[in-house]
Ligand binder design. Sequence first.
Ligand code: 13P
Ligand code: SF4
Length: 349
Amino acid sequence: MSAEEMYQQLKTKLHDVVPDVELRIKAGLAEEINRLKKERHAVILGHNYMEPALFHSIPDYVGDSLELSRVAAKTEADIIVFCGVKFMAETAKILNPTKTVLIPSLKAGCSLAESITAEDVRQLRAKFPGVPVVTYVNTYADVKAESDICCTSGNAKAVVESLKSDTIIFLPDEYLAGNVARETGKHIIFPSKNPNFASTELDYQMIGWHGRCEVHEKFTVQDIQNVREQFPDVLILAHPECSPAVVAASDYSGSTTAMIKYVEQTKAPRYLLLTECSMGDNIMAAHPEKDMLRLCSVRCPHMNQITLEQTRDALLKTQYVTEVPEEIRLRAYTAVERMIQIGGVGKKD
Ligand code: 13P
Ligand code: SF4
């Protein structure tokens, strides 16, 4: 597809979302990237949070963490370019070690992944011997390597229910753990530093950790009340990284793809997404008939590091190569592979 054809394609989808002058520049970049992608036998995976022009032009696959992990596990391409954040590129490498996995920016971290270390997990295991460890996929490879099974927002409940144990350690997202506890009817506690506490803690069913997503923790019940007051007919969707109170006050909760599907399959006068703002843009571009309200003052600084320019440079210079030491990868693989086998969709009690 020529740059002009790309421009026309983007214009059809994004004329209400991205100014025309920017679309011309982005169409040129997208055409260059798609050419390089073919030459280098690469596949581009794009998370649902990518900015609209990137999301609608260069990815071969778009989706949530679970869907993109499944694609990464199966691809035959020589190079996987992950337009997402570092833990996602690492997960692709864990699943497909013979491929070159590129992340367009080294600054694309994640506050949840930063919140816990492999040593933290080892200490929890020592404190609660025999208790299975579930870690959210938003963690780094060494943390995954210490876990029994990973989960994503798309299958967290199903993963917890698949374990034949009355008690589990669920790391590191405090809010996701709270939401899963609510859905499964389990109780959750957070480990105390008091050494005498360990024996009584096992009466509880989920042991959590105080990690939070720096984006989703900012949404409040007050935000929901304010929006409902102004737009009484609004349907509110919250990612399960939002607090349990916010999820309870919203109409639906699920992974990023589950939220997209929910909007596509319902006919509300308007929607509010409590998640990274770009996703609202992307839905609006694909479904101009949908009225999307967004709270765009809250954005993911990590996902927003990934641009078309950086993605072009990733393919031109083969940067930045994601590596996972083999000893860690092998242990992390078991936990990630178990996660991939378990499906799940978003829900609202
Ligand atoms: P999903 O797995 O729902 O796409 O979420 C990933 C993420 O980082 C949300 O903040
Ligand atoms: Fe991490 Fe939150 Fe950004 Fe998702 S939105 S990548 S959980 S910081």
